[in-house]
Write a protein of this length. Structure first.
Lengths: 481, 332
């Protein structure tokens, strides 16, 4: 490349303001946007019903998931000190972290697939950041009133009413945050034991730390940070654009139909006044939780919560106009072309997702809940017995990763003329990990002339023959001099 | 650890460099706090003058939050250096040492596990040997402390006795095993070639093989018999049963009739091994383990004369390992 890339002037329009230097007495050059407090107006409608429904399901699952009993303990229990992760009838061990990696990759592909098809559904309907934010906004609405009342309240000097309303809001916020933290902790510390201990202030230092940590950050993120988390902290919000194409469902304002916008009476004929369908009521801006004007087009802040759709549809109904001035649509459709739902990219995502799901199910159903390790003694390779036999010692480590007790039969394979000494059956309780010394013995006269041979040690459950494991090791016959 | 302390020069050297770099960072941070490029009347701002492919650079100061984070790291660093040993030989206000931290952790572990070990110390060794839970704990102690020489299955190795065959150098009574672990053992077989002569070594080897019922030259064994009774029987006994069988628990002369050989190397015949022993002697050492197993316990001078119960309470881990070794020989 010999030619320079052509440069483009990207100086912000208000660059002059930014560049006021402290040395000249003007405001210091601030390169970062000032945060504008958003007074979110609550709205009713189809999409808000959908979201409220999904929020309820997810919240109930989160808050009460840890209470489900399962065979004497809670069904979902992540036992960190013992490194055992119980999920209903399966117990995962650190050896299974490969499965977790695959699960996360699958979830990533679900995200790609869904986002490519329907945009930021995750952000709008399921993300905890917004589920909790909506809950906190609801509390705000109940304690401080509508956005206009809230604005007025914020401008007021402190008085009894303001103190009471603000106090009530923050008190409820903290309570919700605390409940969230307790529910979260309940997956790591048995919830039925945890709650009484919290009530009697009998917590370990780490439990106390995490309780405080999650309470504080729930309160901070859902109460104070809100859309700032999505705009400035969340990586997914930023790389979503990669998954979008012109056929992706987006929440969009129909510029062709809406413009030129303007106020009018219901009885007016917009066509006669030269107006579009948008009455410029600003309701879509007031209900937006991330503080954007959807009429400016697709913006990276938009979490597709569809609050503006519900708000606009209400207005269209009142005006007697058809709904859908703001609607779920695609760029193709807005440009007057047809949306191609089945497109190579979406099909590609789907095929990869399907293949991974199948592979994961197979891996999960074929998961062998036993782990065998064979460690050779490190001191001496071999030992001669009094009757001229050669003996090698090994330490075997068995991890019973099943929830039931198993008796395992140990057998030796690979070479004729060697046999296993020590117990042939090892019984381990569910979840138990133990090590046992064993020795393998053979007559050097009947064994190959090489210094060592490979042996295979196999383990098989007597209760379930499918549960088996095998390890290779070396059997040393003579010193190689 | 004064022996590891730095000389005054190096201590000063490190302190000066560390504090100097912090001071430099501080200066650098403040020197660049403000821009010296004043905007012209029309709002145009002078750039730093650096240009790369037509891209120029404004001389913007750090955002305030970023600046504050740097200040916090510097303050953190200074507080850390005041509290912890970081500046040469300076010990820090908290007096923290890695040894001290390790000792704290050991003390905490001791506090947590001592009651369990003391509980086992109250149980007689023979009873303890048949307690599976206790033997699981003892197995871990054995694997960590003993297995490196005696093997994970305790079946010994070249030069290290088999602890599972019921054949004892010093005796298999629980108290004798305990003493072997606490005080260690030092077994000495002198070299006999000067006394026996070359032919004597050969004939005596055949005699010893005969004691264990191995293939040997009966005529040569017959020839060595009087010499055996004259020299060897003092330690190994007239029948070759070893010193332990004679009730002597400090000599450690092995039983020659058990066909159990500690010094046979892979590929070596028993004859060669025994002949080597007779010619050159052997010196076996089992180190005293009390200080390792029961780390940190102060051993009294009259340890040998303490009762079994007192030893068990003083050295509970030795007690557990004793029971473990004892349990390996049950039914032998």
């Amino acid at each position: 490349m010999t030619e320079k890339i052509p440069t483009k002037d990207v100086t912000p329009v208000d660059a002059g303001q930014h560049r006021k230097s402290p040395t000249t007495g003007g405001p210091q050059g601030e390169l970062y946007a000032k945060r504008r407090h958003i007074y979110v107006k609550r709205v009713q409608g189809l999409f808000q019903k959908l979201r409220t429904g999904s929020n309820w399901v997810l919240m109930l699952a989160f808050f009460f998931g840890s209470f489900i009993p399962w065979g004497g303990r809670q069904a979902i229990f992540f036992d960190l000190p013992n490194r055992q992760f119980h999920i209903f009838s399966v117990t995962f061990f650190p050896h299974d972290f490969m499965l977790l990696a695959w699960l996360l990759i699958i979830l990533a592909f679900v995200l790609f697939f869904v986002t490519n098809f329907a945009g930021r559904v995750w952000c709008g309907y399921t993300c905890p950041q917004f589920v909790w934010t909506w809950l906190y906004i609801w509390v705000e609405d109940k304690t401080e009133g509508s956005p206009n009342q809230r604005k007025k309240l914020d401008k007021q000097p402190l008085n009894t009413e303001k103190a009471l309303r603000k106090g009530a809001k923050h008190f409820i916020w903290v309570l919700i945050a605390l409940a969230t933290a307790i529910a979260f902790l309940g997956y790591f510390s048995p919830i039925l034991d945890l709650i009484p201990r919290i009530l009697s202030f009998d917590l370990g230092p780490w439990e106390l730390f995490w309780l405080g940590f999650f309470t504080f950050f729930t309160y901070l993120f859902a109460g104070w940070m809100r859309e700032q988390v999505c705009i400035y902290m969340c990586p997914y919000a930023r790389f979503q654009a990669v998954m979008f194409d012109k056929d992706t469902l987006i929440v969009s304002y129909d510029t062709a139909r809406g413009e030129p916008r303007g106020a009018r009476k219901k009885s007016d004929d917009p066509a006669a006044k030269g107006l579009g369908s948008c009455i410029d009521c600003d309701l879509c801006v007031q209900v937006c939780p991330v503080g954007i004007d959807i009429r400016n087009g697709l913006q990276y802040e938009c979490v597709t919560c569809a609050a503006c759709i519900d708000a606009c549809d209400q207005v269209m109904d009142k005006m007697g106009y058809p709904r859908g001035l703001i609607r779920y649509t695609t760029e193709e459709e807005l440009a007057g072309r047809t949306t191609k739902i089945l497109r190579p990219r979406l099909i590609g995502y789907f095929i990869v997702l399907l293949a991974m799901l199948v592979a994961f199910s197979v891996a999960l159903s074929n998961r062998i809940p036993v782990e065998l390790e064979v460690l050779r003694d490190r001191n001496q390779l071999l030992r001669m017995t009094s009757d001229g036999m050669v003996e090698n010692s090994y330490l075997i480590r068995i991890a019973n990763m099943d929830q039931r007790e198993h008796s395992y039969t140990l057998t030796l394979h690979g070479v004729d003329g060697v046999e296993l000494q020590g117990a042939a059956v090892y019984t381990l309780a569910g979840g138990e990990v133990r090590q046992f010394p064993i020795q393998v013995i053979g007559n050097p006269a009947q064994l190959p002339g090489s210094p060592a041979v490979n042996i295979e040690i196999r383990l098989q459950s007597q209760q379930d023959p499918r549960i088996a494991a095998s390890r290779e090791s070396r059997f040393f016959i003579r010193s190689a001099r | 650890m004064t022996s590891q302390a730095m000389s005054g020069f190096w201590s000063l050297w490190i302190s000066v460099i560390t504090l100097g770099v912090i001071a430099f960072c501080w200066w650098l941070l403040y020197a660049n706090r403000k821009t010296d490029k004043v905007p012209a009347a029309n709002g145009e701002v002078e750039t730093t003058g650096h240009a790369a492919d037509g891209i120029e650079e404004y001389d913007n100061p750090l955002p305030r939050w970023w600046f504050i984070m740097f200040v916090i790291t510097i303050v953190f660093g200074l507080v850390y250096l005041a509290l912890y040993p970081g500046l040469g030989n300076y010990k820090g206000l908290l007096g923290w040492t890695s040894t001290g931290q390790w000792q704290d952790e050991m003390a905490r572990a001791e506090e947590r596990y001592a009651p369990i070990f003391q509980q086992y110390a109250q149980i007689d060794i023979r009873t303890l040997a048949s307690d599976p839970a206790a033997m699981q704990v003892a197995d871990r102690l054995y694997q960590n402390n003993c297995a490196v020489c005696h093997g994970s299955s305790a079946r010994g190795a070249y030069g290290f006795p088999n602890l599972t065959d019921g054949n004892w150098l010093y005796g298999g009574d629980p108290e004798v095993i305990r003493d072997s672990i606490i005080f260690g053992r030092n077994g000495l077989m002198p070299a006999w070639v000067d006394m026996l002569g070359e032919r004597g070594v050969d004939t005596m080897t055949h005699y010893v093989l005969g004691l264990s019922g191995l293939e040997h030259d009966a005529a040569k064994a017959e020839e060595a018999a009087p010499m055996y009774q004259a020299i060897c029987s003092a330690c190994h006994g007239v029948d070759g049963q070893g010193s332990a069988a004679m009730g002597l628990d400090s000599i450690g002369a092995p039983n020659l009739t058990a066909n159990s050989w500690m010094y046979v190397q892979p590929g070596q015949s028993v004859y060669d091994s025994v002949a080597f022993t007779l010619r050159h002697g052997r010196n076996g050492l089992m180190p005293a383990q009390a200080r390792y197993l029961d780390y940190g316990v102060e051993l009294p001078n009259n340890l040998r004369s303490l009762s079994a119960q007192e030893k068990a309470e003083l050295l509970p881990k030795v007690h557990l390992v004793t029971a473990y070794i004892y349990s390996l020989n049950q039914g032998k």
